[in-house]
Ligand binder design. Structure first.
Ligand code: GLU
Ligand code: MG
Length: 664
């Protein structure tokens, strides 16, 4: 969630008045950063992963599990652990967020939105070496172990995306009365959010800008005994504490949807993110574009979110729920009222799939871009006048259509061009599935790209496997100059498809047929590009209709390749294998890497289940489940225990790897 500034935050009506001011200062800071860093070259190909955890707390006497709100105590315990500090870990360096000055530094822990969450990163970024890939899983296990060591005996860090009963009665410890002034939720207290002033302000100002509470509605899964139409039995229509209590009387909770009403229902979800440092800005822009179409595929492959507020949902991933949980659009922006006070209609929330491509790549055809993209034309012009090219200016001028949500009074005094605070204000509250990150001023960090769609996985083995896969496909993209371009609106469509129950085995996704380009020579990257030895380069037809370039594929085809047809898509895993073949990887390392790639291969072909499918099956076969979509306390306790057991067993010499196969 980024580093946390301190100050006096403005309430929404005041923040709104200075929004334009903050935006223009943000753009000036961006220009200053871009001017300084655009010529940065030869940065090392570093990367890092971020794992987010839920902290649960067992009440064995009552066969119950709750979320523990002791984030601050746990972080304080980590930050004061002498042994950890000596190893360079515990708390992040203020400038880089990493641990410092140790060969194998201990991991670093960070706060997250939910007061029941933790985030952990390796103590220093991973390097280019293949051996580093094999350190990821042990490091993730180390992180979990350290986290646990700083918790109470009854507390555990688990990597479920969401707590199955978040928002149902008595789901947190300690308990607080609901309906606080910030969230005004009828299900969760304000204390559910990290108390750092940034987080409650973010939630309150989103609600206030929107003019009502956020509306996080997920379709209910209709089982044999689910009443139909289904009316969320937990919604209270008789509250009169806040004006927002009217929301449900005004239709906020439609039939057949699980109704949730606060930012915590989205930003209380856990994900796995990977950040790459590129060697220069152009390489970063290329990675951003080429990884973009992979987002929905990886979202579906990592699907792990089938339960909300104690009910089985009809979707498998967290994405749209977070999107709705931070959706600050006004009725005018949503198209519910004629445009009068607001500037434009906005088709997407601030948390949404990417809407632009940014690489100066001759293979980027204008047809791939969204003709209806909303941009702030004045800010775009300012960037262009400042020397930025049209594509990059468009990207940032699109992000800057949003208002800054949390503005600190202290930051409005003077524009400091050596800082990035105003730029980051907008940048870090635009949660797209990729993030293009300019170097922080005054640091020697390079241009970075963050891959954000993946759901956290139950075991560290799985989280390591997905991290390694994304790293290797990125290397293959750069080495073979792969081309995954297709219209960006198709990527958005795929993101919706990824939500469908068991999308990984039942759905088809738009994907480019031919990843090899005939434009290699003019790509400007300078380095010779290889063609995978076993994959003859097929001619592409850059001037034909774009619609001929892509088609609908199953995830198995995208990952493992189209087998039958001549000239079919080779598959991401075969592309990674070709890349590994082209490199000098020693046999042992190659074998170890293969165990991780095998998970991806088998997840895609249906041999292994997604966590979402496994959780559904667990609920369905639980003796307390009445086939009515209700996931009660007893089921939740057993589910969380089982999740913890799988994670723990996996720590013992690969037992868990076997369990993956037994998830059928
Ligand atoms: N937890 C959020 C998610 O699941 C992301 C928060 C962050 O950017 O760190 O997407
Ligand atoms: Mg995070």
């Amino acid at each position: 969630m980024g580093l946390l500034a301190i100050g006096t935050p403005l309430e929404w009506p005041e923040a709104k008045k200075v929004a334009g001011h903050v935006r223009s200062w943000g753009i000036e800071q961006l220009l200053a950063i871009w001017r300084n860093a655009k010529g940065k070259e030869r940065d090392a190909l570093l990367w890092g992963d971020e794992v987010e955890y839920l902290v649960v707390c067992y009440d064995e006497d009552n066969h119950k599990v709750r979320l523990s709100l002791r984030q601050a105590d746990i972080l304080a315990a980590l930050a004061t652990d002498e042994k950890l500090l000596q190893q360079g870990g515990g708390v992040p360096d203020v400038q880089t967020g990493d641990a410092q000055g140790h060969a194998n530094p201990a991991p670093v822990f960070h706060p997250e939105f939910g007061r029941f969450m933790l985030e952990a990163t390796p103590g220093k970024p991973w390097g280019i070496g293949f051996k580093d890939l094999l350190d990821v899983e042990p490091n993730m296990k180390w992180r979990r172990k350290i986290a646990k060591e700083h918790m109470a005996e009854t507390e555990f860090p688990i990597t479920l995306t969401t707590f199955p009963r978040l928002g149902s009665p008595d789901c947190i410890a300690p308990s607080f009365p609901v309906s606080g002034p910030k969230l005004r939720s009828q299900f969760v207290p304000d204390e559910i959010a990290n108390p750092h002033i940034r987080f409650p302000t973010l939630a309150a100002n989103i609600r206030s800008r929107r003019g009502r509470k956020v509306q996080v509605n997920v379709p209910i899964f209709k089982d044999e005994n689910t009443p139909w139409p289904w009316k969320d039995p937990t919604v209270n229509y008789d509250l009169h504490n806040w004006p927002e209590d009217d929301d449900v009387r005004n239709g906020a909770a439609p039939d057949n949807f699980i109704h949730m009403d606060a930012m915590a229902f989205g930003m209380g979800s856990c994900c796995l993110q990977i950040t790459f440092q590129a060697k220069n800005i152009e390489e970063g822009r290329k990675m951003y574009d080429q990884l973009t179409p992979l987002g929905p595929i990886l979202l579906a492959l990592t699907a792990a979110t089938p339960i909300y507020k104690g009910f089985l949902a009809d979707t498998d991933v967290r994405w749209n729920q977070i999107s709705r949980a931070v959706d600050d659009r006004t009725p005018e922006e949503l198209g519910e009222k004629p445009l009068k006070n607001d500037r434009w209609r906005l088709p997407k929330s601030r948390y949404a799939s990417n809407s632009t491509y940014i690489s100066q790549d001759p293979r980027l055809r204008p047809e791939y871009l969204d003709p209806d993209l909303i941009v702030d034309e004045d800010l775009k012009q300012r960037l262009i006048d400042g020397g930025m090219d049209n594509l990059l200016a468009t990207h940032f001028a699109h992000l800057f259509i949003r208002d800054p949500i949390v503005v600190f009074n202290e930051d409005l005094k003077e524009l400091d061009l050596t800082k990035a605070d105003h730029f980051e204000n907008l940048q870090s509250t635009n949660w797209q599935h990729m993030r293009f990150k300019p170097p922080p001023p005054g640091s020697d960090i390079g241009w970075r790209v963050e891959f954000r769609p993946m759901e956290i996985q139950i075991t560290d083995f799985e989280n390591a496997a997905f991290s390694i896969f994304i790293v290797l496909i990125t290397r293959a993209i750069l080495s073979f100059n792969l081309n995954f371009y297709m219209p960006i609106t198709r990527v958005s469509e795929n993101m919706e498809t990824a939500h469908i129950r068991d999308a990984v085995s039942t759905q088809k996704f738009w994907f480019r047929k031919n990843p090899f380009s005939s434009h290699n020579k003019s790509n400007g990257s300078g380095t010779g590009t290889n063609t995978p030895a076993e994959q003859p380069s097929r001619p592409s037809t850059p001037t034909g209709p774009v619609e001929d370039e892509y088609e609908q594929m199953t995830i198995n085809e995208v990952i493992n390749g189209q087998t039958a047809t001549d000239g079919g898509f080779p598959g991401l895993i075969p592309l990674v294998e070709s890349y590994l073949n082209s490199m000098n990887v020693d046999v042992e390392t190659r074998c170890d890497i293969a165990t991780y790639l095998d998970l991806i291969r088998k997840r895609a072909n249906g041999t292994y289940w997604t966590a979402a499918k496994w959780i559904r099956e667990f609920v369905n076969s639980h003796p307390e489940y009445k086939k009515d979509s209700v996931v009660g306390d007893g089921i939740t306790y057993d589910l969380v225990k089982q999740v913890e057991r799988i994670t723990e067993m996996e720590g013992r010499d690969g037992v868990g790897k076997e369990m993956l196969g037994r998830r059928r």
